[in-house]
Ligand binder design. Structure first.
Ligand SMILES: [Zn+2]
Length: 408
């Protein structure tokens, strides 16, 4: 079975863990399937645990990484707000940490969406496990190694290119089961005065905004700052700065260095104070979150049933991985949601994992006008409402579910 269950915390190795939110059994969120493979789907528990020692929230049921990441249907460059985000990100890093020609290494570099902006001034290496995605990056001129990142790959890059001044990992830092292995690799490759920067979804935003659909098998780790500090401490490294960024409905950008290489900014202390005073080290906060989400489910299911009883047509708008958590948790299938529109060629023509709703091109909405569209890409809410102004004039309404139910 390409699956295992851990009985310890990934960060502190403690065994005092409590399950606080069970979303049932689901297939991996990005595994859109062709009709002919319907019988072959595998379902795995999607349960979130809280570690009482280091306060990390995490999944303990692990779908092996080869199963999820060897072929991938998420291409970062398909999202234009994300491309703009990475452009500014690269500019900030160059200004703050990099001299021309110094080495930048990205773990989980996807199609090169970030590295493309370093290419002119710096040497770059991307490490990307998905063969189909790595090929696209290489075709765009992004120097890419098609592999999972680990200590061996770190040594290989070291011997070929020397130390990295900047290492980075975006979102993928929440995807890792053996996190110690990754940090050892970073430690191996990073220059003494080098900086490791990662961006991940910030758990307090997930909780505050009720973004439970960000929970899926790829996301093994749900970060607050405190366990991140603890993780790097074990390897003689400091978290020396942190800032909030808006990606994925609220993320943090965390800056890490070898111990003492940079002074620790006040931002670190401030964020720890915020987390503590807001209850993010307390199991009760997480239990309340889970109860709230079951309430959201009850309300939305009742709302959709009512619309269906009035013979209204409902579709889904956008087919992100997180949409599949939501559809699966709400138990919506083709009877509730007729089809889902998306622009990603790799998804069009397939069915959503577990719920089996057909994914079709956005073009269908040029001629078809359903009554309602469930907005699954809520993180692009404003952009979508603007883009689909004509469709709304034709009479289609958007249903926004989170953080509260709205019809727009
Ligand atoms: Zn722990």
């Amino acid at each position: 079975m390409p699956f295992h269950h851990n009985d310890f915390c990934r960060i502190c190795k403690g065994r005092n863990l409590t399950l606080f939110f069970s979303l049932g059994k689901m297939p991996p969120s990005n595994s859109f399937i062709p009709k002919e493979n319907l019988g072959e789907e595998k379902f795995y528990p999607l349960d979130v645990y809280f570690c009482h020692e280091c306060k990390m929230a995490q999944l303990l049921d692990v779908v092996e990484k080869e199963e999820i990441f060897s072929h991938y249907t998420y291409f970062s460059s398909t999202s234009s707000p994300l491309v703009e985000h990475f452009k500014l990100y690269a500019e900030e890093m160059q200004k703050r940490f990099l001299e021309p020609n110094e080495l930048v290494v990205e773990i989980g570099s996807n199609d090169g969406v970030l590295l493309q902006f370093f290419k002119e001034k710096n040497r770059i290496v991307g490490v990307e496990p998905a063969e189909n995605v790595a090929k696209i990056a290489a075709a765009r001129g992004i120097n890419t190694i098609n592999s999972f990142f680990n200590e061996i790959i770190a040594r290989k890059i070291l011997s070929e290119y020397g130390n990295a001044k900047l290492m980075t990992c975006n979102n993928a830092f929440a995807h890792i089961d053996d996190i110690d292995e990754i940090v050892r690799g970073i430690k191996t490759l990073l220059a003494d005065d080098g900086v490791y920067v990662f961006e991940v979804k910030y758990l307090p935003d997930l909780i505050n905004q009720k973004q439970f659909d960000m929970i899926y098998h790829e996301h093994l780790l749900y970060y607050t700052l405190r366990p991140a500090i603890e993780l790097f401490k074990k390897f003689g490294m400091d978290v020396f700065d942190v800032k909030k960024v808006s990606t994925h409905g609220g993320s943090i950008r965390v800056f890490v260095c070898n111990r003492g290489a940079y002074p620790v900014n006040d931002s670190v202390k401030k964020m720890l104070e915020y987390e503590e005073s807001s209850g993010f080290y307390d199991l009760k906060t997480f239990e309340k979150f889970a109860a709230d989400i079951f309430e959201v489910k009850k309300n939305l299911v009742a709302f959709v049933r009512k619309l269906k009883s009035e013979k209204k047509r409902i579709i889904g708008y956008g087919a992100p991985a997180k949409g599949n958590t939501l559809l699966g948790f709400f138990e919506f299938g083709p009877n509730e949601i007729e089809y889902i529109t998306d622009n990603t060629p790799a998804k069009i023509g397939l069915l959503t994992p577990g719920t089996h709703i057909p994914v079709v091109s956005n073009d269908i909405l040029k001629t078809d006008t359903p009554d309602y569209a469930l907005l699954l890409i809520w993180n692009y809410r404003d952009a979508v409402l603007k883009r689909e102004e004509d469709l709304r004039k034709r009479g289609m309404k958007f249903i926004v579910m989170l953080p509260k139910l709205e019809v727009l």
